[in-house]
Write a protein that binds this ligand. Structure first.
Ligand SMILES: [Zn+2]
Length: 143
């Protein structure tokens, strides 16, 4: 087949039906400029994917993000207002003292050995240098 010649139809690799090129999505990297499965098959594939990932992609994921996103230790009952205030306080203290303050997790949340919670009572405002020297290796009542 002459690759320069673009046929007006294409056979879908999924359903095997010959369909007009307009029934295929655009794919610049493909030699003939269109995708291999037809739009209908792609749509159905997407639908299947969404169905099997339901709860991950939709509501649960949104809620998970609201709870603190990537933080694995942020329970839903944490007090977001209080936590926001802590970060605000750190910012204000930094401005006021000219020294960099940060919000620290008293029990580290990303230590290999413990998993502190991202909740208000595990937070304290400390100097950034203090936090750096802590290096997530120390916490109260450390074994
Ligand atoms: Zn198809």
């Amino acid at each position: 087949m002459d690759s320069r010649q673009i046929s007006l139809t294409k056979i879908c690799i999924r359903c095997g039906l010959e369909k007009p090129r307009s029934d295929f999505g655009v794919a610049k990297r493909m030699r003939d400029g269109v995708r291999q499965p037809c739009r209908k098959c792609e749509y159905q594939g997407q639908k299947r994917y969404n169905a099997s990932h339901r709860g991950l992609n939709t509501k649960a994921k949104r809620e998970w993000k609201l709870r603190g996103g990537e933080r694995p230790c942020a329970p839903s009952w944490k007090n977001d207002t209080y936590i926001r205030d802590m970060y605000m306080l750190a910012h204000l203290v930094s401005e006021f003292t000219g020294e960099k303050y940060t919000v620290d997790h008293i029990v580290p949340i990303n230590s290999k050995r413990v998993c502190g919670l991202h909740v208000e009572h595990n937070l304290q405002v400390i100097r950034l240098s203090e936090n750096a020297s802590k290096k997530h290796l120390h916490w109260p009542d450390m074994p």
